[in-house]
Design a protein around this ligand. Structure first.
Ligand code: PHE
Length: 347
């Protein structure tokens, strides 16, 4: 093998050893660079005769071209390898199941609340919202439940370490009933001095709090308060209105309603409202869904209205309870655990 063939072989071997483009360029310099082997050989021809230069030059050129070809081949190889590595790293398995973007949705209790609001709106009721941190007066005293009244212990209240204007601790409202007084006061003020006042017809849904926790009680729960006050409103109106509501809510007329005597300081007489489904898994059992009653004259007075002229009724229903019955949920706590396997079933 002559010297030039050996040189080409050496170049090929050096290029093959280069495992990255930068190594390859270094190897190239050794052979094809300004002071590389080929240049040296060219310089070495200076002393040769014209004839010798011709044949020697041609042979060196052949070797140079062979080295350039080997270089290009190796360049291409390295580029291919690099591309393959990249392709493998970015490989897409199009046979994998796709990742869906899951849509959010309303919580079942929020759904029930929206439903309640829609039904009562359609019956001409306003929908009002009020504070969850309440004063002692609105949560209790204004509702004919003064300090030291035994009925206060019916509600295991959360207190906030902050006092109101009367020097009494604020509370997390144990029911939505304070909204009866707040709303009626505002209404009475609006029509003060006028000959007559339109009826008060309002519901006030929202969060309520009690020191209570088991399968059917949660320290935070939801109620909807209802209030209808006018000059000639009676218990009969409550019965008709509530029956209409509950049948619309459960989308069935095969449902009975019962008023069971009860006691609340702010209503007289007072009643629990029970319902019974005629069909379905809950059929035949009375289920308590609401407290209710005719608004106590003292409460009407606290609203800023004359109890000799105005009369009405109120109710307070558990929204979570209604949602449980509607969706067939047997543990209230499921609503508040935040488990998507449970919640997503309602979407
Ligand atoms: N506030 C009562 C409760 O939480 C329910 C109720 C509301 C009763 C309105 C009568 C009238 O138990």
């Amino acid at each position: 093998m002559n010297e030039l063939d050996t040189l080409v072989d050496n170049a090929r071997a050096a290029f093959a050893k280069a495992s990255a483009p930068a190594d390859l360029e270094n190897a190239k310099a050794q052979f094809l660079g300004k002071s590389g082997r080929i240049t040296e050989l060219m310089k070495g021809m200076a002393q040769l005769s014209v004839e010798e230069k011709k044949s020697r030059g041609a042979a060196i050129n052949v070797a140079k071209q062979a080295i350039e070809a080997a270089l290009n081949e190796r360049r291409q190889q390295l580029a291919d390898e690099e591309l393959n590595v990249q392709l493998r790293a970015e490989a897409l398995d199009v046979t994998l199941p796709g990742r869906r973007r899951v849509g959010g949705g309303l919580h079942p209790v929020a759904r029930a609340q929206e439903r309640i609001e829609a039904i009562f709106s359609s019956m001409g009721f306003d929908v009002a919202d009020g504070p969850e941190i309440e004063t002692d007066w609105y949560s209790f005293t204004s509702l004919n439940n003064p300090p030291n009244h035994p009925a206060r212990s019916m509600q295991d209240t959360f207190y906030v370490d902050m006092k109101d204007e009367d020097g009494l601790l604020l509370n997390l409202r144990p029911h939505t009933s304070p909204m009866q007084v707040r709303y009626a006061q505002a209404h009475a003020k609006k029509y003060a001095g006028q000959e007559s006042m339109p009826d008060i017809r309002v519901i006030a849904p929202g969060r309520t709090y009690r020191v209570d926790s088991d399968a059917t009680h949660s320290p935070m729960f939801h109620q909807v308060e209802g209030l209808w006050i006018g000059e000639n409103v009676s218990f009969k109106d409550l019965k008709v209105m509530y029956l209409d509501f509950i049948r619309a809510f459960f989308e069935t007329d095969a449902l009975k309603l019962r008023f069971r005597p009860s006691y609340f300081p702010f209503t007289e007489p007072s009643a629990e409202i029970d319902i019974m489904f005629e069909h379905g898994p809950l059929a035949g059992r009375w289920l308590e869904v609401s407290g209710s009653g005719q608004v106590h004259p003292q409460v009407v007075r606290n609203m800023g209205l004359d109890p000799e002229r105005y009369i009405g009724f109120a109710f307070g229903s558990g929204i979570d309870r209604l949602a449980m019955l509607r969706y067939g949920v047997n543990d209230l706590r499921l609503f508040f655990d935040g488990d998507l396997r449970f919640l997503s079933q309602f979407q």
